[in-house]
Design a binder for this molecule. Structure first.
Ligand code: PLP
Length: 262
C-alpha cells in the first residue's frame, strides 16, 4: 500500500495495490535483457486489448536502474520503457490491468522500498528480493543457480535456455529472424516498436534497438521469448490464487525450457 502510494505520488500513475508487482531493478544492460521484459509487456498489452474482459491478473511492471553515461543502447532501452508506459498507462481499455513504471535514479534508499514488493530477476539483486519474500523469475544463470541449489528449483520460476543450449546455439548460429517469422505475437510487438506505436512523434526512434534484436543480438532475446511468456502466464495464474503465492508455497512454480532452434 505504501509503495503504491509512493508510485502514485511520484509518477502520477494510479496503481492498483492488489496488482502483482513485477519488478526488474538492476543496471540497464543488454545482457540483463530488459528488452525481453519490454516484449512481455507489449505482448500482455496486445492480449488485453484483444480481449479486455477476460479475467487478467492485474500487473504493475516496474523497471529501474542506471545506465552508464556513454552507453547509447542502454539509454534507448530506458526510453523504450518510459515510452511503452506512456501508451499503456493512458489507454482507457487497459485501465488498471497493466501499468508500467520506470523507477528513476534507482539507488539503495529506493531499493529498500521496491524490494518489499514481489518479483525480481537475476544477479545479486535477486537474493535481496528473495530475502524480502519476493519470487524470482529468471534463467538458470548467475546467482539463480545457487538459489535453485539452496531453495530447490521448484521454488523459482526458471525459463529459457540453459548453458549447454546456448553453447549449442552458438555453434549452429543464432537466427533472430526465424523466431520473428515464426511467432506472430513477437512479430507484432517488434512491428509496433519499429512502426512507431510507442514513439508517434519520432517513429524511427527505436530502430537501433530493432536492428540490434533482429541482426546482432549477442544475448539471443528472441530465443527465450516464448518460454518467458509461458512462464509469466504461470506466474499470473499462481498469483490469482493469492495465499499460495504470498506464503511462498510454490509447488506449482514452473520450469519452461526454450524449444530448440528452428
Ligand atoms: C543489488 C543492487 C544492484 C545489483 O543488482 P543485480 O540484480 O545484481 O544486477 C544494483 N543497484 C542497486 C542499487 C542494488 O541495490
Amino acid at each position: 500500500m505504501k509503495f503504491s502510494a509512493y508510485l502514485e505520488e511520484n509518477y502520477k500513475v494510479k496503481i492498483n495495490p492488489n496488482s502483482m508487482f513485477d519488478v526488474q531493478v538492476k543496471r540497464i544492460h543488454e545482457y540483463k535483457r530488459q528488452l525481453l521484459n519490454c516484449l512481455h509487456i507489449i505482448t500482455l498489452y496486445n492480449r488485453i486489448k484483444k480481449e479486455p474482459t477476460k479475467s487478467w491478473t492485474p500487473r504493475t511492471v516496474i523497471i529501474g536502474g542506471k545506465a552508464a553515461p556513454g552507453y547509447h543502447t542502454a539509454k534507448l532501452i530506458i526510453k523504450l520503457v518510459t515510452s511503452i508506459g506512456d501508451i499503456v498507462n493512458n489507454d482507457p481499455l487497459v485501465g488498471d490491468l497493466l501499468k508500467v513504471i520506470y523507477l528513476e535514479n534507482y539507488r539503495v534508499t529506493l531499493a529498500e522500498k521496491g524490494e518489499e514488493a514481489e518479483a525480481g530477476a537475476s544477479g545479486t539483486g535477486n537474493m535481496k528480493f528473495m530475502l524480502n519474500g519476493a519470487l524470482t523469475i529468471g534463467t538458470m544463470d548467475g546467482a539463480n543457480v545457487e538459489m535453485a541449489e539452496e531453495a530447490g528449483e521448484e521454488n523459482l520460476f526458471i525459463f529459457g535456455m540453459r548453458v549447454p543450449d546456448v553453447k549449442a546455439m552458438d555453434e549452429k548460429g543464432y537466427d533472430a529472424e526465424s523466431y520473428y517469422n515464426r511467432i506472430p505475437e513477437l512479430k507484432q510487438a517488434m512491428d509496433q516498436i519499429s512502426g512507431g506505436l510507442f514513439s508517434p512523434s519520432q517513429p524511427d526512434l527505436f530502430m537501433d534497438l530493432v536492428n540490434m534484436l533482429m541482426h546482432h543480438d549477442r544475448f539471443k532475446v528472441f530465443a527465450d521469448y516464448e518460454a518467458y511468456i509461458t512462464c509469466q502466464e504461470r506466474v499470473s495464474a499462481l498469483y490469482k490464487k493469492g495465499s499460495t503465492f504470498l506464503r511462498g508455497l510454490r509447488r506449482e512454480a514452473c520450469t519452461v525450457t526454450s524449444s530448440p532452434a528452428p
